[in-house]
Design a protein around this ligand. Structure first.
Ligand code: GCW
Length: 682
């Protein structure tokens, strides 16, 4: 063989290699930038320039025309009607011959339209003639980073923070733009850069210059920057005698601070506040209410159109059921908040557990803006080790009927914005594991349109991120769609909650005791296992948390016979021998769920192993290794929980399911060294 022939063979081999190595850094944005489309626009701006460039290099059609119609004459041919369309909406019309027109009332709308067109292409869904109109359901679709100024990330499992505070403002990481682009591609339009357990330092002049540098990078992509603030900032930063929201000097301090912020960042979004929660300072320290505190900040922000997102995640060491506390504290304040305050409520009443019923505050606060907070980072769902595709969980939540205004009052329609606690870090693949990228993607897509099905979201994501081959798409999609329920099964089925190992929230510790810790930080507070049964009695004979829901839901939850099985142990202390509708006793049903969870993960391994030829080696092995960890952890969960609860039920594990393979005493010795829980709270 001549040298030339050898080279040809090698080249050929190289080209035939089905998939190339991938580190996951390109997320779902994998168009190959080889296109040469002709793109025109009737306006010029940095945002429109991005839309033009994206289409020029990635759109494999011919012509695209971007139009912002003059207010007076909206061309009906553009398919753009004002009705039902917000400033960020867009329309896409046209066909291959005539070319395509994207119209929008704003530059941002054009950018979203461009990304939508590319998404259609990358998922093989372009069908001519195009006639699409899209508008987001919520105007605020925001990520919340729990990133600390020292570079660590609370409950982050993807490395350190992407915000490099030490290098800013002089060094601008190229990742800021990539982050903005990824968010814009799925419609996310806002971000809170720092942890809700906020360092007052974020408001110093030095830090604000750094924030400005990030804001400059994100702005062309239509992403506004917000900050979490510490309520005691006036006292801590500038030595004021108090941070009392009714004190004139304190009010003046915030007014000046806000003025300073807007001088530096003219389109600053506003504040996110965790107050009087888990040790954070707040208005109650001065005998004032949440409304007093939020309104003071709202007044300072109002002239600049800024908003306050005030969190309802509050619970105090009292005898009251923790699940009831946010409602008890906030309902009396309904109607007292300024119109630029929005109450940020976690999806469930406790704390991002594997599965919770929706918080009763949704639909109940009728005179106050309410936004939902979901957790994209998997604090309670196996961190970045376990596959848990969360669109089905968020969908269950958003589709829950609150009955606030009669039947059909779905959570999705009771809220006016949605926040997701980010799972992003400086890992090369952004989210610690490749499949966890899908949760970032799903959050953005659902925040844009909560009616999208989990199935469609998974389908889109898989096609863009991995492959369009049906033999890959279908099994991987099914695996993803079942994955959250699998985690619920092997961790906390039937409404169990918060039986995690103390602090890191990763492994099981239903037996755990925090010496001297508050009762509602102890697992037994939540599971109440005894010789009679298992579960938290929140019915009218117990804590009566059911009373916080509207009828007929409260009656449905209250009755052990009608309570939906996924929430049975959330609302009831159920006798071990209680017969469920399927005829099994509680104990047996519990065993079957734990066992099913383990089997499901073993099946995920089989599904994934079959996909080797469709995926590059790097991502294939990475996912494979994570599933192995998940399979071991699922077994650990099952054995720990069943063997522990068996000490109370005194029943055998049904003989047709797999036997435990660990000993309880050994499992009790397991100590994990997981560092990502500064501020470890329960
Ligand atoms: O989920 C819990 C976490 C804390 C977190 C807190 C909150 C940021 O364990 O780490 O603190 O909720 O949402 O404020």
């Amino acid at each position: 063989m001549t040298k030339y022939q050898l080279l040809t063979v090698l080249l050929l081999l190289f080209c035939l290699t089905p998939v190339r190595a991938e580190d996951g850094s390109r997320l779902w944005l994998r168009a190959d930038a080889s296109a040469q489309a002709k793109v025109t626009a009737n306006k010029k701006s940095p945002t429109i320039d991005i839309a033009i460039k994206e289409l020029q290099t990635n759109w494999h059609g011919d012509k695209v025309n971007l139009v912002i119609p003059a207010k007076a004459g909206i061309p009906s041919s553009a398919g753009l009607t004002k009705e039902g369309m917000t400033g960020e909406g867009y329309s896409i019309t046209g066909d291959a011959k005539k070319g395509i027109t994207i119209s929008a009332f704003s530059e941002q709308g054009l950018l979203y339209g461009a990304y939508h067109l590319l998404r259609l292409q990358e998922t093989g869904r372009v069908e001519y003639p195009l006639n699409i109109q899209e508008s987001p359901q919520y105007n605020l679709r925001i990520l919340n980073h729990w990133d600390n100024l020292d570079g660590t990330v609370e409950r982050g499992y993807a490395g350190h923070s992407i915000w490099k505070w030490d290098e800013l403002p002089n060094t601008i990481s190229p990742r800021y733009k990539e982050y903005a682009r990824a968010n814009a591609s799925i419609g996310i339009n806002a971000t809170v850069l720092n942890n809700v357990n906020a360092s007052p330092k974020i408001l110093t002049a030095e830090l604000l210059e750094k924030v400005k540098a990030i804001a400059n990078e994100l702005r062309p992509y239509g992403i506004k920057v917000y900050l979490s603030v510490n309520f005691s900032s006036p006292a801590i930063l500038d030595g004021l005698k108090t941070s009392d929201p009714l004190d004139k000097d304190v009010q003046g301090w915030w007014k000046n601070k806000v003025k300073e912020i807007y001088r530096i960042i003219p389109d600053f979004g506003g504040f996110l506040v965790k107050a009087n929660s888990e040790g954070q300072p707040g208005p109650q320290d001065f005998g004032r209410t949440h409304a007093d505190g939020a309104n003071m900040l709202a007044d300072a922000l109002k002239p600049y159109h800024g908003i306050v997102m005030w969190r309802a995640f509050v619970y105090s060491p009292s005898n009251e059921d923790r699940a009831k506390q946010a409602y008890l504290e906030f309902m009396p304040l309904d109607g007292q908040f300024r119109d630029n305050v929005i109450i940020q409520v976690k999806n469930g009443p406790i704390d991002f557990q594997p599965r919770e019923p929706f918080s009763p505050l949704f639909g109940a606060m009728k005179h106050t803006g309410v936004m939902a907070e979901v957790q994209v980072t998997q604090e309670y769902l196996g961190h970045s080790n376990h596959l848990a595709f969360l669109a089905p969980m968020w969908q269950e939540f958003l589709e829950s009927d609150t009955y606030a205004n009669g039947k059909g009052s779905f959570v999705a329609n009771t809220i006016s914005a949605i926040a997701g606690v980010s799972n992003i870090g400086d890992d090369i693949n952004w989210t610690g594991s490749h499949l966890a990228q899908a949760n970032w993607y799903a959050f953005g897509r659902l925040a844009w349109n909560p009616q999208l099905s989990s199935e469609q979201i998974a389908d889109e994501w898989i096609r863009q991120t991995f492959s369009q081959d049906e033999s890959f798409v279908e099994p991987v999609k099914t695996m993803m769609l079942n994955s959250w329920e699998a985690v619920v099964n092997y961790m906390m089925p039937l409404g169990l909650h918060h039986i995690f190992a103390v602090g890191h929230h990763y492994g099981p510790e239903p037996w755990g005791i925090i010496p001297g810790g508050r009762p509602d930080w102890q697992p037994w507070y939540f599971h109440n296992a005894d010789t009679i049964g298992l579960g938290f009695d929140r019915s009218s004979t117990g804590s009566n948390a059911v009373s916080q829901y509207f009828s007929p839901l409260k009656e449905e939850f209250n009755d052990i016979n009608t309570c939906p099985p996924p929430f049975l142990l959330w609302f009831h202390h159920v006798p071990w021998q209680y017969k469920l509708q399927n005829g099994r006793s509680l104990w047996d049903e519990l065993c079957y769920h734990y066992d099913l969870g383990v089997q499901q993960v073993r099946d995920f391994q089989k599904v994934w192993d079959k996909q080797e030829s469709y995926v590059d080696a790097e991502r294939f092995q990475h996912v494979q290794s994570r599933l192995k960890i998940q399979a071991r952890d699922a077994q650990w969960w099952k054995d720990a929980c069943l063997l522990y609860f068996q000490e109370f039920s005194k029943q055998p594990v049904p003989y047709d399911i797999e036997r435990p393979v660990n000993d309880l005493e050994q499992l009790k010795q397991v100590r994990l060294n997981i560092s990502n829980y500064e501020n470890a709270s329960r």
